[in-house]
Write a protein that binds this ligand. Structure first.
Ligand code: FMN
Length: 333
């Protein structure tokens, strides 16, 4: 497959989100029309120590035929060796090995990993080339607009990593120093697209099908990637698919549809984590967002641990919606 075909059938992508995009959430997003998913980022160093928890992050969702596996680090040999081991273990299930050059968190960038690589293009290029030489899967890079506020380096870095063998780049149009503040700059993505011939994935502030279409049109990018817009809202993928196909856009999900999916999500996590599903708390808040009683449910969610705890809270919220004046779900898409 030429690299330009990489996203041919997988133009609608769920972004990697540490602590969010685990296999249960990915399974749900795939069922609503996401065409490609990423693992949460995993440390190449931790993999090299045989850290079992890190390996858990690489579990596939049941209907995931392929997944982009994202690694972070800054040592070319460690990253290359671990990418090789991953490929040996996961084989064809790997869509791509993605190198994280975007994470702004201090505990990551402070060690020279993630977005810190945007300040060191020579090292970034070495990493891509080392990994690319070691694996058969395409090697991709996810980056930000640049590291320092106002200093846009994404087009140049994309060009450099293309020269080192990257098969594609995904660009989140904010500077690392911005974290998640301000709007994502989509013009950056257009500038990256002009600078390289490999596919470019546009990312940042896609919150609806219309926004996904606008991203494709305004930037010329080859695929779009949705992060926070999918939190508690996997329906965004159905919306995007419909808009891109020009078919009828589905109506927003009802309260009971939302709660059904929240329950399904909780069930998957409970089966996986021995019914200790503290990690469902944030998803539960997101699923209930905008529903009557959601604010009050927050407190109970903060204490919820088991599937039954969540099911009880969801049932109470659902009952509140039956009151005629409350049946309208606040639009959150
Ligand atoms: C909670 C959270 C965790 C994230 N974890 C990762 C990660 O592990 N790897 C990565 O490349 N980006 C990560 N990101 C960034 C997203 O992939 C994405 O680039 C960013 O949220 C912008 O897209 P959005 O506006 O659609 O959310 C994370 C974002 C959030 C909100």
């Amino acid at each position: 497959m030429s690299t330009n075909d990489l996203y041919q059938d997988r133009r609608i992508i769920l972004a990697p989100m540490a602590g969010v995009s685990d296999d249960a959430f990915r399974e749900i997003c795939l069922s609503f029309g996401a065409q490609l998913t990423y693992t949460e980022m995993v440390s190449a160093k931790a993999l090299s120590y045989g850290n079992v928890k890190t390996r858990d992050l690489l579990a596939l969702a049941p209907s995931e035929d392929k997944v982009a596996v994202q690694i972070f680090g800054h040592e070319p040999d460690t990253m290359a060796n671990e990418a090789y081991e991953l490929e040996q273990a996961m084989g064809d299930a790997i869509f791509s090995i993605d190198i994280n050059m975007g994470c702004p968190a201090r505990k990551i960038a402070g060690k020279g990993d993630g977005s810190a690589l945007m300040r060191d293009p020579v090292l970034a290029a070495k990493i891509v080339s080392a990994v690319e030489n070691k694996v058969a899967a395409p090697v991709t890079v996810k980056m930000r607009r640049g590291f320092e506020m106002g200093h846009e380096t994404a087009p140049e870095l994309a060009h450099i990593v293309e020269g080192s063998g990257a098969a594609a780049v995904a660009v989140h149009g904010r500077f690392a120093q911005q974290f998640y503040q301000g709007d994502a700059c989509w013009d950056t993505i257009a500038r990256v697209k002009e600078r390289v011939s490999i596919p470019v994935v546009g990312n940042g502030d896609i919150t609806s099908g219309a926004r996904a279409k606008a991203m494709l049109e305004q930037t010329g990018c080859d695929a779009i990637m949705v992060g926070r817009g999918a939190e508690g809202n996997p329906w965004i993928f159905t919306d995007i698919k419909a808009v891109l196909e020009g078919s009828e856009v589905p109506t927003a999900p009802s309260a009971s549809e939302r709660i059904d999916i929240a329950l399904k999500h909780a069930r998957m996590l409970a089966d996986q984590y021995d019914d200790n599903i503290v990690k469902m708390r944030k998803h539960a808040m997101w699923y209930l967002r905008g529903l009557r009683g959601a604010t009050k449910a927050r407190r109970a969610i903060n204490d919820a641990v088991t599937y039954d705890d969540f099911a009880r809270i969801f049932q109470e919220v659902l009952e509140l919606q039956d009151q005629p004046e409350a049946s309208k779900v606040e639009e959150n898409r």
